[in-house]
Design a protein around this ligand. Structure first.
Ligand code: PLP
Length: 390
């Protein structure tokens, strides 16, 4: 079948392997999956169902209660724990109740709001150990402990610098968390400790405590500034060639004529652009693979199209041949670095705009596979309802 749209292929088998690899690195800690932002653009329903079915994941984190409600419906198991990073606000308390969502309480104000509305109902408590983004200060643990009806089942914090395992701040935060947890556990016995995301889990049991929160590593992106061999690629972005041109030395390419051909050559135009979330910052910097060879992006990335220099290929690509912008042959971390960003952002922007078929708000088509096979259709139920080809 000749593709006429860009494709985002998602390998759920590799996703499950990444979950296992990170859980193994963390030792005995329980592993929760972070599926916020529609599983970093890869589709929270399919991702969560795969992890539920094949690796037994029973705890998930999302940012918003609306995401939690959709996830509860997709998984259809009332016993699964769904944590909401952003915590409760007065307008959304009903969602927490209706979908049995567990809030992360990030401030004394949220802790009071929650206990006033749902006394005795379990919540997670976020303690700020130095990132200064979310959570109560360690000095506020006493005030939290005094709140009547507060029932904390997880005490968590978040590491600021763990993308560099050698950063001194990691140990400072680990020690601060251990002390804060010990203090909180006196008032909330039985609470579990959670400090690490993907990077922390991969650094080992020392950082992993009772519960790890696995995000980006599940999706095949290294959580470290450097690459990570234990993480397998999951997402593959390809785009079809729609035409080729011959150019003479001195000819220019694209808006602003920012590229000038140094010699006679061949160019290929592919269907992908910043309208699909592929960064315009890739202009004249990143590359795509055709037939295993890296072909540089020449000129500016436009909204719908990109031009590649294919002069080095033994034969010019055919119409419909696919160029790989990231995937198993072309590391997403490298592509992201070429674009001046990180894999997290590249995946959420491209994946966030991808849809099961064109016309559903996206042009990039999201497809699920299991290794070399199509993904089991039970995993992609909602997507199938929207018309995905199985
Ligand atoms: C997003 C997030 C995670 C997951 O982080 P990754 O680096 O993607 O594994 C974990 N904890 C918190 C608080 C987060 O915001």
């Amino acid at each position: 079948m000749q593709a006429s749209n860009p494709q985002l292929e998602i390998d759920l088998q590799a996703l499950c392997a990444n979950y296992r690899a990170m859980a193994a690195a963390a030792g005995g800690a329980d592993a929760a999956a972070v599926v916020k932002c529609d599983a970093y653009g890869l589709g929270a329903a399919a991702v969560a169902r795969a992890l539920y079915t094949y690796v037994g994941c029973r705890a998930y984190f999302v940012a918003y209660p609306e995401e939690g409600a959709a996830l509860r419906s997709a998984l259809g198991d009332g016993a699964v724990k769904i944590y909401i990073f952003n915590g409760p606000t007065p307008d959304k308390l009903k969602l927490f109740k209706d979908y049995a969502l567990t809030p992360v309480l990030n401030s004394i104000e949220q802790a009071k709001l929650w206990t006033a509305a749902r006394p005795g109902v379990r919540a997670a408590l976020h303690i700020d150990t130095g990132m200064h983004r979310s959570g109560i200060a360690p000095s506020e643990i006493e005030a939290a402990s005094a709140i009547d009806g507060l029932n904390i089942s997880v005490v968590m914090s978040h590491l600021a610098c763990i993308s560099d395992p050698a950063a001194a701040m990691n140990e400072t935060q680990r020690a601060a968390f251990a002390a804060a947890f010990a203090k909180a556990a006196r008032r909330f016995p039985g609470a579990r400790a959670s400090l690490s995301s993907s990077a922390g889990a991969l650094t080992g049991p020392e950082m992993s405590f009772d519960l790890i929160r696995l995000g980006v590593g599940l999706y095949g992106v290294s959580p470290f500034d450097a690459g990570e061999p234990r993480i397998a690629p999951v997402a593959r972005l390809t785009a079809p060639v729609v035409q080729t041109h011959t150019v003479k030395a001195g000819d220019t390419v694209g808006y602003g004529a920012t590229h000038t051909a140094a010699r006679d050559g061949v160019l290929a135009t592919v269907l992908l652009g910043y309208g699909d979330g592929y960064p315009r910052a890739a202009s004249n910097r990143a590359s795509a693979l055709i037939g295993g060879a890296a072909c540089p992006i020449v000129g500016r990335v436009s909204m719908d199209q990109i031009v590649l220099d294919v002069s080095a290929l033994p034969t010019p690509p055919e119409t419909g041949e696919m160029a790989e912008f990231f995937g198993p042959g072309h590391a997403i971390d490298k592509t992201a670095a070429d674009c001046g960003t990180i894999g997290y952002e590249l995946l959420t922007t491209v994946g966030g705009l991808a849809r099961p078929r064109p016309g559903l708000g996206g042009r990039v088509i999201r497809r699920y596979v299991w290794g070399d096979e199509p993904a089991p259709s039970a995993l992609i139920g909602d997507e199938a309802d929207e018309g995905i080809e199985k």
